[in-house]
Each structure stands twice: as C-alpha cells, then as structure tokens.
Design a binder for this molecule. Sequence first.
Ligand code: ZN
Length: 246
Amino acid sequence: MNELQLDRYSRQILLPNFDIEGQQRLMQARVMVIGMGGLGNIASCYLAAAGIGHMTLVDDDVVELSNLARQVLYRQDDIQQPKALAAKAQIAQMNDEVEVEVVLQRLDEASLTEKIQGYDLVLDCTDNFKIRQIINKLCHQYKIDLVSGAAIRWEGQVQSFLFSKEDTICYQCLYPELNDTNLNCSQSGIISPVVGSIGVLQSLDAIKILSKCGQVVHAKLRVFDGFDGVWRDINLTQDPECVICG
Ligand SMILES: [Zn+2]
C-alpha cells in the first residue's frame, strides 16, 4: 500500500482488528452489485469509498427523473443514460483506484452463471423476485457470499448469507414459493432514507465479510420499519425441504 492509500483509508485502518490487513483484503476483493436502483446506489458508493478492488455493476435500465429523489449517485444530466454507466462515472470521480466494470443487460440464469463465478461477494439490490431466487441459487452453488436487501414504502430488510463458510440458510428457505407479484417502488412508493439505510447496511455487511472483521448477523432477517422508527430481528431456521440448500 502506498502513502496516498494509507492516508485515504487511514480512519478505517486505525480501527482495531481492521488494520492494514483488513484494507488489503478489501482492495483485493471482487464484488458484483446487481441492480443499480436506490440500494445499489448507496451500497456501491460506500464500497467504492472504502476501497473495494473491483466492482461489477449490473443494470439494464436508464436514469429517469423519478429516480433522482433516492438514487443519489445520479445527476440531472444523467437522465436517459444507462444507470450502470452513470454510476461508474461518479465512482471514478470519487475513487479512481476502484476498477469498475458494467453489465448493461438483464441477466437470466444462463448469463448470470457465466458471469458470477470468480466473485467474492454479490449484493442483491434487485426488485424482482425471480432474479432474487436465481442469484440465491447461483451464490449457493458457487459458494459466494450474498448480501440481500429490499425496501418498499416505509419498510426495508437486509440479510446476509455466508455461503463461502458454512452450510447455511438461504433466501429460498425464506420464500419457497415463487411469487409473481413483484412489489416495486414505481407502483408502491418508497421513502428515500429507508432505501438508503438498507443500502448502507448492505455495504457494512459486505465490508465486514470481505475484510474478515466484525460479526456478521446471519440466520436472522433484520427488518426496519421507518414509519415507526423500529428495527425487528426475525430468527430464521433452515428449511430441510429447501430445493436449494436442504
Ligand atoms: Zn434454503
């Protein structure tokens, strides 16, 4: 690590347990962020600032005016530009040491299988139930840690699955039925700081997993009710009948 890097990351290097080793692990890490809406915006922003080595941003959408209220990486000039490209440009201005790759297509199981291998961690920031199940299946299969977030209306939830380390509960155990009724922000609404809070927590879990520092909550679903301002932890148990991990 050079002098500038030691200076840039000095506040996190100062932390007991994190140290230079933790920073070096972040700088060697490869992360895929799937979905560059509100969750992916915030999570990728913090990961880039913290000095993640490589990030691949996946999104097939373009920036719209109605995104700007919560997708804070984007600027008015980015309207109609592909989200992943606009995010890459902002991240380059924030930290040009982070290698950023973009995928401007909607991934299905075949294309994701091709791309997902070789990553240390995946952030699921999508708003589509079917792709969530596919991401879970492939992360479990290739033993890639998965940090999953969701936010709608005044509520958000976050959960991490440590597939690289142990036989663990998976996303499918939580939602065994394929649910076609995708809830999304364009139909149901969202209050911006709720999605921001969940994205920040996703980045925190990712940083802890990748740097091997701190305790990562798993086998628990953390749910935030932004309207009442309360967090709830829901204990989860592995489903022995689960088609993915059972
Ligand atoms: Zn499972």
